[in-house]
Design a protein around this ligand. Structure first.
Ligand SMILES: [Zn+2]
Length: 253
């Protein structure tokens, strides 16, 4: 992706990024030149997207077809009591434009099928999956795999969170290498509930990882899965390998 050179004004705005040796001017220019698709503006999206906007990712597309409901307010912290009944993607975009009016923020109030995802994913440099169901996660993974667009996946349920990165380059694992081993009941907070700040932990990690990937910070992210258990305050990390039985990527190898 082409890097736009920073203006003096932008250098001031993002100075606390730029003084990080790993980020520097070059990394910030990459963030400003990048286009990220955030799918899902629930708890994860509400935690992730504000950092992407305030941190100077140049273009954000926020996709969600839901409206804000009373029981969302417990954890979806971009929304207020006055926003109930309005489209999540539109309210979130409006809020983030106030955080940073110098980047482009688009909202998309639409259920994304495979065809819509293909077009969208191919138009972005990175996809952050903040959705709340396995069927959509699998569709996003398939679109990212087809377009070779990197994917950062997040999930939170009960007191547990999960984060994973897939570069979608040849001979690397995809989300389905992992998700083929669990069912929908493992990933839905509809019946199981979720502790509010756990979505904040995972959403913030998704934003952190997005900036690492875009700016080229850290090299050990490929196929990395991080699990957080708030009950025990415990973190676990492991590396995924390509599954020979993966329904998405095994045939392409
Ligand atoms: Zn796979």
């Amino acid at each position: 992706m082409p890097n736009a050179e920073l203006t003096h004004h932008q250098s001031m705005r993002y100075s606390r990024h730029i003084m990080l040796p790993a980020m520097d001017f070059e990394g910030q220019e990459k963030l400003l030149a990048a286009k990220i698709l955030v799918v899902g503006m629930g708890g994860l999206g509400c935690a992730c997207a504000p950092y992407l906007a305030s941190g100077g990712v140049g273009q954000l597309t926020l996709a969600d077809d839901d409206v804000i409901e009373f029981h969302n307010l417990q954890r979806q912290i971009l929304f207020t009591e006055q926003d109930i009944g309005q489209a999540k993607a539109e309210v979130a975009a409006r809020h983030l434009r106030r955080l940073n009016s110098e980047i482009r923020i688009d909202s998309l109030v639409q259920r994304l099928d495979a065809e819509a995802l293909d077009t969208l994913v191919a138009n972005h440099d990175l996809v952050v999956d903040c959705c709340d169901n396995l069927a959509t996660r699998n569709l996003i993974n398939q679109a990212c795999h087809r377009a070779k667009t990197p994917l950062i996946s997040g999930a939170a349920i009960r007191m547990e969170g999960q984060l994973a990165y897939f570069s979608m380059q040849p001979e690397t694992p995809c989300y389905a290498c992992f998700s083929q081993f669990f069912g929908e009941q493992d990933l839905s907070c509809m019946e199981a509930g979720v502790l509010a700040p756990v979505v904040g932990v995972i959403g913030s990690l998704q934003a952190t990882m997005a900036m690492q990937v875009l700016a080229g910070i850290g090299s050990q992210l490929e196929g990395q899965v991080t699990l957080f258990d708030a009950t025990r305050g415990d973190w676990q990390q492991f590396k995924l390998t390509c599954s020979p039985t993966c329904p998405v990527c095994a045939g392409a190898r």
